[in-house]
Design a protein. Structure first.
Length: 319
């Protein structure tokens, strides 16, 4: 398949062995939304603005809303100060007010809750850099003298990263794939690619809801990302599909790495709204060779093997 096919629509240390994995503690850590960002649509805030919210995942990606000392409401209602037209957002979802020292966010009895840095809260003072998750949208709170510079830095991040999973996005991946392919072609060095996709993801969404599905994607990235080498590129390249680019790893090592991804996810437990459940992934793997004549072909072969793993019964590696 063409790697730009819309169906395929945002690093820790490891030894240099071809397995591309190591044991160790996890690091701290759409694309459902398009990663192309219209920079002309952004408006600079007045110089006296000292705090704002920036949409980093969800509708109106990149939008900035300035906060002052007056009450600021977020919700699905068209009368909200920040209106987010999304079913997972309540009409009156959350309110932010200034208490004289800091901005404080209050949940207004929303259906899906208000989360700050992945922790559910009813009331919480916000600090610069906090991520506020409402339904399926993520907002970043920015405050301080460097708000303008920080805003533009965040916009740059949105062009390369998937805010939900904190992995690279499709745009960054496409550029990395082309770069690494040309490097392998020039120096005849090994290069492998892994594609993996969550099995029966629609069932997860149908059973637990799309908010839970987003949480699974985020948790899955936290399971896999810490076990990769620094030079590996992990990206979310589709709704529930991820890619791992493995420079200087041959097919034998890539197959070992692919099965490690599969087994890591199978062993993980995902917690959503106090409900714990598991999931699996199907994995396709391929490597650079004489039969590969372009970066797009490398992706297409991995994609074909991913579908072979799906058709072969899921929760397995093909390639």
């Amino acid at each position: 398949m063409d790697p730009k096919d819309p169906r395929h629509l945002p690093q820790p240390q490891l030894p240099t062995s071809p397995t591309a994995f190591q044991a160790g503690r996890p690091r701290d850590s759409s694309p459902e939304r398009a990663t192309a960002i219209d920079l002309e649509g952004f408006h600079s805030a007045p110089s006296n603005d000292r705090a704002c919210l920036v949409v980093i995942y969800g509708p109106e990606l990149g939008k900035r809303a300035s906060l002052g000392s007056t009450v600021f409401e977020i919700g699905r209602s068209s009368r909200a100060d920040l209106a987010i037209d999304q079913e997972s957002i309540s009409r009156h979802h959350a309110r932010i007010s200034w208490d004289g020292k800091s901005h404080v966010i209050y949940d207004l009895g929303s259906t899906n809750g208000t989360f700050v840095n992945d922790q559910s809260c009813k009331e919480r003072a916000l600090k610069d850099g906090d991520q506020v998750k409402l339904g399926r949208s993520i907002l970043k709170y920015m405050a301080g003298d460097n708000i303008e510079a920080n805003y533009h830095e965040e916009i740059y991040r949105l062009m390369t990263m998937d805010a939900l999973t904190q992995t690279h996005n499709r745009r960054y991946f496409n550029e990395a794939l082309e770069r690494e392919y040309n490097r392998s072609l020039r120096y005849r060095r090994a290069l492998s690619l892994i594609l993996f996709d969550i099995d029966h993801f629609k069932k997860i969404n149908d059973t637990y809801g799309h908010v839970a599905g987003d949480s699974v994607l985020r948790q899955l990235a936290l399971v896999v990302k810490p076990r990769l080498r620094t030079q590996d590129v992990l990206a979310r390249v589709g709704g529930e599909e991820f890619a791992v680019l493995l420079p200087e790893v041959d097919l034998v090592g890539a197959r070992i790495a692919a099965d490690k991804v599969r087994s890591l996810v199978e062993a993980a437990r995902f917690l959503v709204d106090h409900k714990e459940f598991g999931c699996t992934v199907s994995v396709g793997v391929t490597t650079f060779g004489d039969n590969v004549t372009s970066a797009g072909m490398l992706y297409e072969l991995a994609d074909q093997n991913l579908y072979a793993a799906k058709n072969g019964g899921r929760n397995r590696v093909a390639g």
